[in-house]
Design a protein around this ligand. Structure first.
Ligand code: ADP
Ligand code: MG
Length: 759
């Protein structure tokens, strides 16, 4: 008899033995009792209910409950020296659709077990054979009622007698019922956990009528009935919401208690001169947010502000004004950009906008000029040394860079402000890494994003930040018109799209053509691709007729690639125009050259991957054609089209797709075409992703801590949990009176606890 499990952080090795524990770790990343118990069933089979076989998707690993219809042994073509061979073809059904199970060995044994009319669970990967879906050599477990000579597993028989049978996210190497068995072993030893203290405060449990923790864990794995399951889910959702909010509240509180150097506005400094030189009037929103930030920068506790603003709403200028205030006050400011292209663009535009104000130590510098340094992975050794030295001495008041800024050698004289552009590309770790570069005091932090975030997501992912939002676009912006171009059934529309590109270029404007793939560059793997991958067995692309379209005989083709599309356009529809190519596998210098030429109007049409997704600002570009648009995520498309219509001329975005009308992919594109409201689109995007994906970039740790909580649907619960957690934490920041809560936060957040506690 195993000693009882008393803590969820107990290693699985001790409870399940090294073999099983090792498999669970390598296959699913489950190491502790808590990991396994939070590997929740994907769904439950209710007794008598068969799986909807028509819903199975090719390539998925599935566990289905179905009834055997026919069993047939079919001879295989003879192979010399192999004797007579055959395969067993078993047809199973859910009483509507059919699925084939194919076996090439052990045929005699399977014939004995798989008799017409018996019901069993079958697990395998869905493939297709001559247009019919099948599982090859699935694992089989027959339900009670199978013929007496079937090798029935008595333990499983008992499982199936229950009203609801859990089906786990499983793999070919570790089936759903093996997981069920491991969970059962753990649950059987869980007794003493009941006695342990519950991490959720008793008052809260009472108010919400929640199950105890052990009770909930037991019920989610082996619910007595749907009501039991509901109560288990509710309790476990509260765990997720409350623990995360408590962790964030602690982080907020700790951060607010840290000292920061006040960096108040200095009259007549660079910031004032910069304002005077601005070629436009700030929008009301820019002024307002600017004031908020200016005030926070002059406080003795660090600013933690998230600035949300639609694509093109003018966040950069707010960041520059904040950086200059800090520089005037004697500090340095760092601007972290997610891509090389964006870092270089920021460097160019900031030095341009500052003019003589940025030429410290150079001829023609303004009276109190500062220096601007650029640090990216591709800066040459000599330039890098010079930049590092300027950063170290403080000669560079503004430091712009990519991840290279986070390297250890980068040392600041006095880092006062960290600005992070397009936060959705960075995690909390990067924010912390950069923040750690400030000497004694905490630097102020401003993070910016153009991906509007629903409130609950902001509360969860960026729960430690205060938010500000820019709602208006600068005056004189014209709207972006977006249209879906159905390339498959209306090739004429695509021809028209290229004509539109030619017209815009004829008028002196510029264009982007975006493709999901780079294409063949010898010797390097495809990197910056569209966010919605999916299929992998593609046929060849048919590029005939000067218009890249067509489907290979296999039914599917590869997504269109920059290299191929550029060549086709150059030889056909856009012949005579100056085309440029931009993608992640170009040498950084080459990228910089291309962007420079495009910004200078020396390139008419830029054929690119999503490297241009965020931040790229060339106001003269007015039209964007997105090829295979269904391969991009909703928010991604919205970001992409934000590259056009940044000047006074109207923007046009064409979403080229072969997705048939009324397909889900087409509906997504229609939604993007129908609204310019990034907030609405981000909700739609979120609704289509798993929560873990949403949190993925922002959460460290090997597993997302949110499994049941749905950021959109559980808004009320999250809001309530945030309020409760903040209250508990403010009253008792060290959680001395709540040891179980403290421990649970550490357990649940795992690796994340390291950074949460750092603050
Ligand atoms: P985003 O918020 O997407 O980062 P940017 O900061 O790149 O937007 O600004 C987009 C463009 O708008 C830039 O060319 C910028 O110079 C310009 N801009 C910013 N503020 C204003 C304003 N108040 N009036 C006119 N143009 C502005
Ligand atoms: Mg920007």
């Amino acid at each position: 008899m195993l000693p009882g499990v008393t803590t969820l952080s107990e290693s699985l090795t001790r409870v399940l033995g090294p073999r099983t524990a090792k498999s669970l770790d390598t296959i699913f990343g489950l190491r502790t009792v808590g990991d396994l118990l939070r590997h929740y069933p994907r769904r439950y089979y209710t007794r008598g209910e068969l799986t909807d076989l028509s819903s199975l998707r090719e390539g998925d690993h599935v566990t289905v409950l179905a009834r055997v219809v026919t069993v047939a042994e079919i001879p295989l073509p003879p192979v010399p020296g192999k004797g007579r061979r055959s395969r067993l073809e078993v047809v199973v059904t859910d009483d509507r659709a059919k699925l084939i199970l194919t076996f090439f060995s052990g045929i005699g044994r399977y014939r004995r077990v798989l008799r017409p009319d018996v019901v069993g669970m079958f697990a395998g990967t869905v493939s297709s054979f001559r247009g019919r879906r099948q599982l090859v050599h699935p694992e089989c477990e027959m339900l009670p009622g199978a013929p007496p000579n079937a090798d029935l597993n008595p333990e499983l028989a008992a499982e199936f007698a229950a009203e609801m049978t859990p089906v786990y996210p499983a793999s070919a190497r570790f089936s759903s019922w093996l997981i069920a068995k491991s969970v059962k072993t753990v649950l059987d030893t869980l007794d003493t956990l009941d006695a342990g203290e519950d991490p959720l405060p008793a008052e809260l449990r009472e108010r919400e009528g929640l199950y105890g923790r052990a009770e909930a864990l037991r019920a989610i794995h082996r619910p007595l009935d749907p009501a039991d399951l509901d109560r288990a889910r509710k309790r476990l959702k509260w765990d997720e919401a409350f623990l995360l909010q408590a962790a964030l509240a602690r982080r907020r509180l700790a951060a607010a208690a840290m000292p920061a150097m006040p960096r108040p506005h200095v009259d007549g400094g660079i910031a004032d001169e910069f304002d005077a030189r601005l070629p436009f009037t700030l929008t009301n929103g820019q002024v307002e947010v600017g004031e908020t930030i200016a005030t926070e920068l002059s406080c003795a506790s660090p600013m933690h502000r998230l600035l949300q603003g639609e694509v093109g709403s003018g966040k950069t200028v707010i960041a520059i004004r904040a950086m200059l205030q800090v520089v005037d006050a004697g500090g340095q400011a760092a601007l972290l950009a997610p891509t090389e292209v964006l870092a270089q663009q920021h460097y160019r535009s900031i030095t341009d906008m500052l003019g003589p104000l940025a030429r410290q130590g150079q001829l023609g510098a303004a009276e109190h000029a500062t220096g601007v340094a650029l640090l990216t992975g591709s800066v040459g050794a000599a330039a890098r040394r010079a930049a590092l030295s300027d950063v170290f001495t403080g000669d560079a008041g503004i430091v712009i860079g990519t991840h290279a800024l986070l390297e250890e050698q980068v040392q600041f004289a006095d880092l006062g402000l960290v600005v992070i552009d397009e936060q959705h590309r960075f995690g909390v770790e990067q924010r912390d890494a950069l923040r750690a570069k400030a000497a004694d005091n905490r630097p102020h932090v401003l993070v910016m994003t153009a991906t509007p975030i629903p409130r609950t997501v902001a509360m969860t992912v960026y729960g430690d930040l205060e938010t500000a939002t820019l709602t208006e676009l600068p005056a004189g912006r014209s709207a972006i018109a977006t249209h879906v171009v159905p390339a498959a059934d209306k090739p004429r529309y695509l021809e028209r799209a290229w004509e539109r590109v030619r017209e815009e270029v004829g008028r002196g404007q510029q264009a982007y053509v975006v493709c999901p793939r780079i294409g063949d560059v010898p010797g390097s793997p495809d990197s910056d691709e569209a966010g919605y991958p999916g299929e992998d067995d593609f046929g060849d692309v048919d590029m005939t007729g000067g218009i890249p379209r067509g489907v290979a005989p296999g039914g599917r083709r590869q997504p269109l690639a920059v290299i191929d599309v550029a060549a086709t356009l150059d030889a056909g529809p856009l012949a005579g125009l100056r085309l440029g190519i931009l993608h992640g596998r170009l040498h950084p210098e080459e990228k910089d050259r291309v962007m420079r030429e495009f910004a200078a109007g020396q390139i008419d049409v830029l054929v690119a991957t999503t490297v241009i997704e965020v931040g790229v600002d060339v106001p003269n570009a007015t039209v964007m054609v997105i090829m295979d648009a269904e391969r991009f995520g909703v928010s991604q498309l919205h970001q992409l089209r934000g590259r056009v219509g940044r000047g006074t001329a109207a923007g046009l975005c064409l979403l080229v797709t072969e997705a048939p009308p009324a397909s889900p992919a087409r509906e997504r594109l229609d939604a993007v075409a129908d609204t310019l409201d990034g907030f609405k689109l981000s909700r739609l995007d979120l609704a289509q992703r798993r929560e873990g994906d949403v949190l993925g970039a922002a959460q460290a740790g090997r597993q997302s801590s949110l499994k049941l909580l749905q950021l959109l649907k559980d808004e009320d619960l999250i809001r309530q949990a945030r309020q409760d957690a903040t209250q508990v934490v403010s009253a008792d920041p060290q959680l001395t009176a709540h040891p179980a809560l403290r421990e649970a936060i550490d357990e649940l957040l795992g690796v994340q606890a390291e950074y949460l506690d750092k603050t």
